[in-house]
Ligand binder design. Structure first.
Ligand SMILES: *[C@@H]1O[C@H](CO)[C@@H](O)[C@H](O)[C@H]1NC(C)=O
Ligand SMILES: *[C@@H]1O[C@H](CO)[C@@H](O)[C@H](O)[C@H]1NC(C)=O
Ligand SMILES: *[C@@H]1O[C@H](CO)[C@@H](O)[C@H](O)[C@H]1NC(C)=O
Ligand SMILES: *[C@@H]1O[C@H](CO)[C@@H](O)[C@H](O)[C@H]1NC(C)=O
Ligand SMILES: *[C@@H]1O[C@H](CO)[C@@H](O)[C@H](O)[C@H]1NC(C)=O
Ligand SMILES: *[C@@H]1O[C@H](CO)[C@@H](O)[C@H](O)[C@H]1NC(C)=O
Ligand SMILES: *[C@@H]1O[C@H](CO)[C@@H](O)[C@H](O)[C@H]1NC(C)=O
Ligand SMILES: *[C@@H]1O[C@H](CO)[C@@H](O)[C@H](O)[C@H]1NC(C)=O
Length: 455
């Protein structure tokens, strides 16, 4: 069992959440209200009825520290480069500067071991325990553990008997119950599709792949993790925004046409706990735009090779941000403003060439998201440079990084359902009564202010 760190922490987390809610906690006050953007005011009428959300959840005595571990400086710790379990983002918070070097030097000041010797510090001794215990919860690993244990229990000879396994199972259920009936919508390209596919298949869940375009330019992938009735849907935007057959930039009308044809018809079926919409939307676009611009430029200068070292011009950035904005407004129109939407930052390409265009787009996206009040899930920033984990030029293979993606996604989903995690402690578990948006909004302003504008 994963007793030393994951198991113990998980149990502690639960106990903490269950028993100390009142004693909670912390000094930093949350900021009251969601910053209401212009566009929201415009649209308020449409969404003003009592949505499934609404009543005050957090009494003013309760306040939580708004801290996003994935937005802190830190590093990826992985047990080995091939495992998907035991991978985590280790935020430094404070303590890196004060860390004792006693592990590294003996009393005479001689190095105990080679500092670069991974075998000494991996898997369990590094990073030090006080760092590991503040890492974000390994939701993906807990899910996999639950799957493993429940499979084991179901094949036990005398079902119903209280065994060690059933006890473990109950504990896992106490942490994971909030995933029930949830629905996550991921909008993007093949990078996201690959992640969704890894997540689902590693939980032994089949994917339903539906091309919405005969040439596979756009598609819809769905999987339902039956143990939790947790549904993950992926929309592959592909050439929406750019007409790949004619190398032309699309007009807003043709973008709308594609949405109407490919995604809107099934959008009603993406329904989660709140009964009307997905519980969280994560979207991303960038690589198709980059490819489009870079290819256009290649044709324009009559060259054979793509040149990713070229800086995009202003018009290209304007076009890209327009598309981003249109995508956001499509999603908001579809599901309403109360559904949390995140932008996932683009991971650079695995290429010996430079990737300036992607950096330009990334910067434009950060700016646009700040202006449009969209939080970012900065996965692209966290994994920059980890090219050896890619399975090709753009897609990241199954392994530590795909597990990290899943853990991050669940961190946000947990928050979107009213959960609060502070420095690795689950200080508030989601309610099941759909009063979650207040909790999202509670930290939204803080996280928007922390948003990194530079990549
Ligand atoms: C994860 O790490 C724990 C200890 O930190 C270890 O006991 C466990 O075997 C590891 N799990 C896997 C799947 O490697
Ligand atoms: C909205 O909620 C309030 C208070 O819970 C209730 O009195 C009112 O009837 C609701 N309105 C609608 C349109 O459901
Ligand atoms: C689940 O079981 C598989 C197959 O036995 C194993 O490889 C994996 O490490 C287990 N994962 C967890 C989180 O227990
Ligand atoms: C699964 O969740 C969805 C969304 O909450 C719900 O509509 C559906 O009835 C659930 N299905 C089962 C079998 O619980
Ligand atoms: C999930 O949905 C099903 C069907 O609507 C419902 O019976 C069940 O109570 C729901 N579970 C939770 C935890 O909301
Ligand atoms: C797929 O996209 C191509 C190019 O935009 C278009 O010609 C074709 O009609 C689309 N197919 C479907 C089934 O929508
Ligand atoms: C579309 O994708 C599916 C699944 O990946 C594949 O089986 C099929 O051959 C593809 N079709 C085309 C026209 O590329
Ligand atoms: C894309 O370009 C092709 C070729 O010019 C054209 O036939 C098609 O209608 C265009 N698609 C859209 C959605 O504008």
């Amino acid at each position: 069992m994963q007793s030393s760190f994951y198991g113990a922490k998980a149990l502690a987390n639960f106990l903490l959440a269950a028993t100390v809610v009142v004693a909670l906690f912390l000094t930093v006050q949350f900021r009251d209200k969601l910053l209401v953007s212009e566009i929201e005011i415009e649209d308020t009428a449409e969404h003003s009825g009592n949505s499934t959300y609404g009543h005050d959840l957090i009494s003013s005595e309760n306040s939580y520290e708004c801290i996003n571990p994935y937005a802190q400086p830190g590093f990826i710790w992985m047990e080995t480069r091939n495992t998907i379990d035991n991978t985590t983002w280790v935020p430094f918070y404070n303590g890196l500067l004060d860390e004792q070097f006693s592990q590294l030097w003996d009393t005479k000041g001689e190095p105990v071991d080679k500092i670069v010797d991974d075998t000494r510090y991996f898997p369990n001794n590094f990073p030090p325990n006080d760092f590991l215990k503040v890492t974000p919860t390994q939701w993906f690993q807990l899910l996999r553990q639950h799957k493993n244990v429940s499979d084991a229990v179901s094949t036990e000879k005398r079902p119903g008997r209280k065994t060690e396994s059933t006890k473990i199972l109950r504990n896992l259920e106490k942490q994971l119950y909030w995933l029930q009936n949830r629905s996550l919508l991921v909008v993007g390209d093949s990078v996201d599709e690959t992640f969704v596919s890894h997540l689902c298949t590693s939980l032994a869940t089949a994917l339903d792949y539906e091309p919405t375009n005969s040439s596979n330019e756009t598609s819809i992938v769905t999987c339902n993790i039956r143990e939790w009735n947790l549904t993950i849907t992926h929309w592959q935007l592909g050439c929406v925004g750019y007409n790949c057959s004619s190398s032309a930039v699309e007009t807003p009308e043709s973008i709308d046409q594609k949405w109407d044809r490919y995604f809107i018809p099934t959008s009603d079926s993406v329904i989660g706990q709140n009964g009307v919409s997905p519980d969280l939307v994560i979207f991303q676009l960038g690589l198709w735009a980059e490819q489009f611009f870079v290819n256009q430029y290649r044709e324009y200068v009559h060259r054979k090779r793509m040149d990713y070292s070229r800086t995009l011009n202003f018009n290209e950035l304007v076009l890209y941000t327009r598309l981003l904005r249109r995508t956001i407004s499509k999603l908001r129109n579809l599901y309403g403003y109360q559904v949390p939407i995140l932008y996932r930052t683009v991971a650079l390409k695995n290429t010996a060439l430079q990737d300036i265009a992607a950096l330009n787009l990334d910067s434009a996206a950060r700016y646009a998201c700040r202006e449009l009040d969209i939080e970012i899930m900065d996965f692209g920033w966290i994994v920059r440079g980890y090219y050896s984990f890619y399975s090709d030029d753009v897609n990241i293979g199954e392994g530590p990084l795909s597990a990290l993606w899943a853990n991050m996604v669940f961190w946000y989903l947990f928050r979107s359902q009213g959960g609060v995690e502070v420095r690795g402690d689950l200080v508030r578990m989601p309610d099941m009564d759909m009063t979650t948006v207040d909790v999202w909004n509670m930290c939204h302003d803080t996280f928007m202010k922390d948003l990194k504008i530079r990549s």
